[in-house]
Design a protein around this ligand. Sequence first.
Ligand SMILES: [Zn+2]
Length: 412
Amino acid sequence: MSDKRITTMGQIKETLNRNTDLANMPYFKNLVESKNIGPLRGTDRYRERFGNTPLDYPALGTTPSPFKPKEWNVVETPEKVRDILLQDVKTEMEKEEGGNLYWPPSSTRAEEARDAIELIRNLTNPEFECGEGLIPQLPSPTLEALVSGNKENWRSAISHTQMASSVFPRDHLITLQHHNEAISFSTLLVGQILWIIWPPTEDNLNTLQAAYESYASTLDETAFDITDKLIGGISLVQSVGEGLRVPPFCLMTALPLQTSVLAAYNIIASSKFVPTLLEIPFLKSWWKTEAEGAEKRATFGRGLLAPIQQILRAQFETYTAAQYNKIPVTTRNGPLMQFLSTWDETRSNVIGLMDAETAAALNSSMKEFLCSVLGEACAICGERLGEHLGEKKARVEAHFDDEHWLGGEDGV
Ligand SMILES: [Zn+2]
C-alpha cells in the first residue's frame, strides 16, 4: 500500500505542480488554490456542512478499503490488476447482455470489448497515449470473490452492490456531477486521482440542479461553470491502496493524474433512503442530462418498491409494524417514521416515477401496513379512523385512497 499519504493542502499543491503538463490542470489548480476549497482534514465548519454523523463526511485511507494485506497482495502491481480486469472482461462478454464495456460506446459489445482490452493491456505501459475513452463500470466477480468478506455489512443496509472496476485515462476530466444516492467505497488499484468534493447542502444542490436544467436545454457545457458558487468544498489526492468513502449526493469533480483503476462497491443505507425520495425533483433534472435518462428514471422508479416494502415491514426498526402507534416517538424515529411523516410531501414524485403495476403494488403494500397498525389513528396523519374490527379495513383503505394517494387532498 502507499506509504506516502497526501493529506495537507501543501502536499496536494506539490502533487499538482508535478503534473502541470495535463491539459485539465489549470482548471483544477485554480480550484484548489481558490480560498473556497479546504483539505480533507478540514475544520469543524467544513465537517458540519456535510452533516451530523461521521458517515456524512468523506473518508480517505486504508480503513474504508475492503482490501486487507492478504487480499492486497493479489492486486498490488499493475500487471496483476491487468490480468484480473482482462478476466472480468471475458466473463462479462460471455453474458448475453450488460452495461457498456467502454465509453464512448460503440455499436457492438465486441467493439467495446476490443477498446476496453486495449486500455487494460496498456495499464503497465507508461508511454501509452490512451486518449479520452474509459471503462465506466466493469462488473468484477474476481474482486468480489476476493474481498466480499471484508465489505461493510450493515444490518441497516437496504442493499449493497457487487465490486465493479472503472478505468480512467490520465487527464480525463470527471466533470462536475453529484455522487449517486449510495455511500460508495472505492479503492485505487492503479494510478492517482485528485478529487474535489462539495457537501450536498440545499444551496449547493440547487445550484447544480439549475446547471443540469440549463445544460439539458442548451447542451452548453459552460452551464457547469458554477464552482465559484459552491460552498464548503474539500480536495484530496487518492493514491494507490487508499480507499475513499463518499456519502450520498455529494457534488464532485476529479482528475486522474495517471491512468487509474478504481475498484468500488455501493451501499444504500436505510437512513439515507427517505432523504433520497426528497431529492426526486433534483434527480429529475439530472436524468434530463443523461444518455438513456428516461430508462434510468424508469429503473429507479421500479427500484423504489422493494425498499419501501422493507421499510413498511419495520425491517430497520426495533419494533414491529403493528406496534407503530404504541411506542414513544423517540424510539420509533427510524426509516419507517421518516417515510410516513414525509409521504404526503414525496408521494406525487414517488408515484410519478412508477409504472402502473409498480404503483398498484405500492398502494396495496401501504394499505396492508396501515391496516396492520394497532390503534385507531391513521399512521400517516393521525386521524382517528375507529378500531371496530371488520369495518376498519374498508375505512382505512378508503381514507388512504382519498387522503394519501393521487387525487388526495393536496390535489396531487
Ligand atoms: Zn391519514
